[in-house]
Structure formats: structure tokens, C-alpha cells
Design a protein around this ligand. Sequence first.
Ligand code: AMP
Length: 237
Amino acid sequence: MKFIIFGPPGSGKGTYASRICPRLEIAHIATGDIFRGIVKGEEDSPLALGIQSFMSKGALVPDDLVILLLKQELEKPGAKNGFVLDGFPRTVEQARILEEITPIDAVLSIKIPQEILIAKISARRTCRECGNIYNIADIQREIDGVQYNLPPMLPKIEGKCDKCGGELIQRADDVVEIVKNRLETYENQSRPVLDYYKGKIPFVEIYVTQDSDTVSEQILKDLKEVGFANGQESVSA
Ligand code: AMP
């Protein structure tokens, strides 16, 4: 099973991928997490400073570097059973290059109104140590006749990660000014990726109207319906 989870920044790609990957026994490969890991681990190295200069503006890191790091991840044993790509491809050019590296079985496409997105992203909190994601917003809203009930995703102890006890922070690129740039980058460079895949491979659409556990269960159900089940591709009856 080789999937792409696709959606605007802050739509929940990382949250859903981190919930469904263990259930499907496949790897979660998040290019943003890889970059954050390099920046944190190497701090003042030229590579880390270079990556940081793009991320801090909400701009994309150059393709050569992204592809190099992605190939390394795909070669790891954990990815042999399959993977979800989170944050890649982010341009049509990256999608073309990916096609030369590996086939993809389906695109998991996240649908979320801009209004909900902005409320969600500025309330996101991330563990400084392990990257686990939380959200302090309690979103209860009706938009175009659709009810959105997105309760907060709070840690058991305020400000501390449930998984590792690390400090919860607001990512530097989750502040309003940078979020605006990231959304613009998404509209101009990333959204066309959806058109690139339309008609080529199956799409599973994810509607973010409820809490993340319910949405994650729905994704697993939808994947099963289109022929993918736990641990391996199911044989269609
Ligand atoms: P994310 O965690 O997916 O929101 O990514 C955070 C930042 O990492 C983005 O704003 C980009 O600066 C960089 N980044 C992540 N994935 C890619 C990619 N596929 N291509 C270029 N830059 C990326």
C-alpha cells in the first residue's frame, strides 16, 4: 500500500497519517518532519540553516534536497511494506519525479473549508521533542449547511506531550503571517498536484467534520472499500 495524503497546511495530514499508518502497518513519511529533525539535530550546520531559511518564510525547500531525503526514507526497511507520504509531492514537478521512483496506489485527499483551516492551524501545538500534534481549538460551526464538530486534542497534562513528556510549542511557521504564505504557496504550487493525479489513480476523499479519531476510522473504512485492508492489499471478492 503506497499512498499520498494530500491537503493544505494544517488540514491534519500528520494527525491522520500517524493514526492510520500503525493500523495498516506501513511507514509514515513526512517531509516536513524530516526537515524539522535536521534543523533540530544539526542546528548551525549549513544544511540546517539552508532548510530553516525556506521553512521560516513558508516557502518550499528546493526539489533536489527533498528528493534526496525522500529516496533515503523509501529505502529504509520500515517502508518496504508500504507508506503514506505526508507533505510530498508538493509540486507537479515533484509528482513527476515520484512517478519515476515508485508507483502510488491512491491519493487520500483532505477536504476542509478555509475558515476551519485557519482556526485549526493557529491552535495547533506540537511536541518540541517527538513532533506529536495537539490542538487547543474547540470548533463547533455550521458552514454551507454542514456541521463541523472538531473538539480540541488536548494533552493529559497541560503543555506536556503525552507520548514523551516533551514541551508543547507553537511551530514558528504556524503563526498567522507565515501561515498566510504557506497557504499561498499551497494554492499556487501544491493544489495543481491534485489535477495531475485526477484520472490516473484512485482518490479517497476525507471530509474533516468531526474529531480526528472518527475521521481516521472513516479513512480506514473507505480504504477497505476501495480494496486496501490492514497490513496488506485485500484480494477483492
Ligand atoms: P509541513 O510540516 O508538511 O507543513 O512542512 C513544513 C515546511 O517544510 C514547508 O512549509 C516547507 O518549507 C518544507 N517542506 C515540507 N515538505 C516539502 C516538500 N515536499 N517540498 C518542499 N518543501 C517542503
